[in-house]
Write a protein that binds this ligand. Structure first.
Ligand SMILES: Cc1cc2nc3c(=O)[nH]c(=O)nc-3n(C[C@H](O)[C@H](O)[C@H](O)COP(=O)(O)OP(=O)(O)OC[C@H]3O[C@@H](n4cnc5c(N)ncnc54)[C@H](O)[C@@H]3O)c2cc1C
Length: 318
């Protein structure tokens, strides 16, 4: 066997796990059906914030562990794609959040008159904002620098990688629905619009966890990312023009200059939500090997990636 571990999946969860394992001295391969630029992870906005992820207590701890890592990565934003950016979470109350919120520096409750747009109270925060295409390319480079090998290849089951490595880590996101199979996985469709930035420097969200329509914008280098939607059970991957127009209109209620911004493109992704929440669990394989499942990160896979990778690495052992 020329590998200790094969990680199936090369989105943010697979790559972060692969980096963590390779930097512990293990010989690691990533097998990914898609190029990193074609994953759900590449679509994400991506703001650090636990949104649509379960179980709540574990997700809070994984998010805080990841916040510490993103804080360090933000020292080199051009390479890592991670920046600290200030912004506002509208319609959010500090005391309605989990205990994790007490550990986030600089979270501040705002009075209604301090919140832009037609919203009530809100929170001011300075959080990591991650430019995912840059970050995924950087993760892959860091993995390869640690001796890891990235291969674009699809599997139809886990026997194939199990024949090549003692431990297989399943980071296939929504792909686990067919591979495991796990009927608890549910796609939550998200649509985004990319526009030329008309001068917005802070991010904004009004994203009730239960709502199918959300309003948010994230300033990324070279574009402003507008959102969004959260359609449970929807699987269409093409952008809907009426939905896109509605997203622009909602964002323009907060920052009117967005209404006239030139559209650069559209993005659609399927969040891998799961009944019972994120699954990080080791199961034995028939020949004495081990399969570590690591999927189901819903709307916050970027937010929790490093904390979850630590947990998955504990289950890999070695
Ligand atoms: C519109 C939108 C906005 C979002 N915004 C945020 C945000 O602001 N903050 C945040 O934290 N999260 C956000 N998310 C959620 C985040 O994108 C996901 O939680 C995260 O990308 C899941 O990562 P993953 O690596 O598990 O899955 P994926 O990125 O889907 O990766 C799965 C990998 O498995 C591979 N794979 C699947 N099947 C097979 C197979 N049979 N053989 C081989 N390989 C296979 C794929 O090729 C891919 O490499 C957003 C999501 C969407 C859609």
């Amino acid at each position: 066997m020329d590998s200790d571990v094969i990680v199936v999946g090369g989105g943010v969860v697979g790559l972060t796990t692969a980096v963590t394992l390779a930097e512990r001295g293990l010989r690691v391969r990533v097998w990914s059906r898609d190029d990193v630029t074609a994953t759900t992870s590449a679509v994400a906005g991506a703001l650090w914030w636990p949104y649509r992820i379960e179980p709540a207590a574990e997700a809070g701890a994984w998010a805080l562990a990841s916040l510490r890592v993103y804080g360090e990565l933000a020292a080199d934003p051009e390479r890592t794609g991670v920046r600290w950016v200030a912004g506002v979470h509208a319609d959010t109350a500090l005391d309605a959040l989990g205990p994790w919120a007490r550990e986030v520096p600089d979270l501040r409750q705002l009075a209604p008159e301090e919140v832009p747009g037609p919203y009530g109270a809100g929170l001011a925060a300075r959080l990591p904002l991650i430019d995912m295409p840059v970050h995924l390319a950087w993760l892959r480079g860091r993995f390869e620098a640690a001796g890891g090998v990235f291969e674009q290849r699809a599997v139809t089951g886990f026997a194939e990688p199990a024949a090549r490595a003692r431990v297989v880590v399943d980071c296939t996101g929504l792909g686990a629905r067919e591979l495991v199979p796990d009927a608890g996985l549910l796609p939550v469709r998200g649509q985004l619009v990319l526009v030329e930035n008309p001068g917005v420097e802070e991010w904004f969200t009004a994203a009730d966890e239960g709502a199918g329509e959300t309003t948010y914008f994230f300033p990324q280098p070279g574009r402003l990312v507008l959102g969004g939607t959260a359609e449970e059970g929807a699987e269409r991957l093409d952008a809907d023009p009426a939905t896109a127009a509605a997203i622009v209109a909602r964002c323009a209620r907060v920052r009117p200059e967005i209404a006239g911004a030139r559209i650069l493109g559209h993005r659609v992704g399927l969040r891998p939500a799961r009944a019972g929440g994120v699954r990080i669990e080791a199961v034995p394989l028939p020949d004495g090997g081990r399969l570590v499942h690591h999927y189901g990160h819903g709307g916050a896979g970027v937010t929790v990636a490093w904390g979850c990778a630590e947990r998955a690495a504990e289950l890999v052992g070695g």
